[in-house]
Design a protein around this ligand. Structure first.
Ligand SMILES: *Cc1c(COP(=O)(O)O)cnc(C)c1O
Length: 392
């Protein structure tokens, strides 16, 4: 059977008392045991049975197992947000005196986590150009814990060569960790390209249209002891496990992920092409466009589709604000891969609290609008963009 079929039919670990077809929400904190020995075995991980929902819950386990089937991973850990997935992964991999080699092009909170929060605990972050392999190579030393990157950076839309980065990481015996939020793991195998640990904000494509916050850490079993630490240290001590209600919603989201993604990515490509014809749009930044500098590499790595995030550049910040204010259908909101199309001005929002110099260093421009393309009809979306550009 193909992975998609298997994932929809992942069996429960135990038969449900009522044979419910969808995984029930086990809204329980604790689980009873028949005797003291079984209880001791469960608590000491000698048998696989849930004992407390901070670290294991049947509804969440079922969600994790579906992600495992879809990715072929060794182990999957579900957390309560994308940031929890990223921060717990970093806390599992690093310690005082270690460093992380990464890009200056990062999601705003990830940038802050690495450059401010982890710094307070003695972990250094080395920002480099991940498309320049010499720079990556010279940034690594014996204290480097991992290379961390985002597969399509936001909003710069930079794509790094995963195979080349994996070669460097593995030569230094460190894991390559990738935030793959921008292209669903059902579309490409990051592990085949050399990624050891994948982190995903499941709030985005997986949740099924912005139903809930979540994050997944997908471990391909190549980083020694990592999953053990995630399951037996991070979940216990930081308490950021996914909740059963969220796992239920995100399981349903997983079932429709491919269908939604096909429409959203094809809408994004069609709109990107159409927006190139609009006067007032200085640039359309989308790796699905043939003329994009990362088009070929993106195609090699991710396949024919390029996701549903499209950036456009207008004349000025004023033009961007006017554009956002004049939209009638497209929503003024953050988030990615909602069923609705969303527009945001990253420089004044997601990156709004960074200084002008910091923004310039991150290549976050005040002329950029980020669009997340939804499931609407493309004609309607284009009409809205067109009227808004004309009035701006
Ligand atoms: C949204 C996002 C995150 C953070 O995820 P949350 O679920 O909001 O915590 C991290 N990385 C990328 C690339 C994102 O788009």
């Amino acid at each position: 059977m193909k992975k998609q079929t298997q994932a929809i039919h992942v069996p429960y670990r135990r038969r449900d008392a009522y044979d419910a077809l969808s995984m029930p929400v086990y809204n329980a904190v604790a689980y009873e045991f028949d005797n003291a020995q079984l209880m001791a075995d469960a608590f000491c991980c000698r048998i696989d049975a849930p004992d407390y929902s901070r670290v294991e819950n049947p509804t969440v386990t079922n969600f994790e197992e579906r992600v495992k089937v879809l990715t072929g991973a060794n182990s999957v850990t579900a957390l309560n947000s994308g940031m929890a997935a990223i921060s717990n992964t970093m806390l599992a991999l690093t310690s005082q005196g270690k460093n992380v080699v990464t890009s200056k092009h990062l999601f705003g909170n990830t940038f802050d986590l690495l450059n401010n929060t982890l710094k307070r605990f003695g972990v250094e972050t080395r920002l480099c150009d991940l498309t320049n392999m010499n720079e990556v190579e010279t940034s690594i030393d014996e204290n480097t814990a991992c290379i961390f990157l985002e597969i399509i950076t936001n909003p710069q839309m930079e794509v790094a060569d995963l195979t080349a980065l994996a070669t460097i990481a593995h030569a230094h015996k460190i894991p390559l960790v990738a935030d793959t939020t921008t292209i669903p793991f059902t579309q490409f195998s990051s592990h085949n390209l050399g990624v050891d640990i994948e982190v995903v904000s499941s709030t985005k494509y997986v949740s099924g249209g912005a139903t809930s916050l979540g994050g997944v850490v997908i471990d391909y079993g190549t980083a020694k002891g990592f999953s053990n630490r995630m399951k037996n240290e991070m979940l216990f001590n930081f308490g950021a496990y996914m909740t059963p209600q969220v796992a239920y919603m995100q399981t349903i989201g997983l079932e429709t992920l491919n269908a939604r993604y096909r429409v959203q990515s094809s809408n994004a490509l069609e709109l990107a092409k159409k927006m190139q014809t609009l006067q007032g749009v200085k640039k359309v930044n989308y790796v699905g466009l043939k003329e994009n500098p990362y088009h070929k590499l993106a195609q090699q790595q991710f396949g024919e589709t390029a996701g549903a995030m499209v950036c456009i550049d207008l004349e000025s910040q004023k033009a961007c604000f006017n554009f956002i204010d004049n939209l009638k259908l497209i929503h003024r909101a953050t988030n990615l891969f909602d069923n609705r199309t969303l527009a945001i001005h990253p420089a004044s929002t997601i990156f709004g609290l960074f200084s002008d110099i910091e923004k310039a260093n991150m290549d976050v421009l005040d002329t950029t609008i980020r669009l997340s393309i939804g499931l609407e009809d493309v004609e309607d979306l284009f009409e809205d963009i067109k009227q808004s550009i004309e009035r701006s």
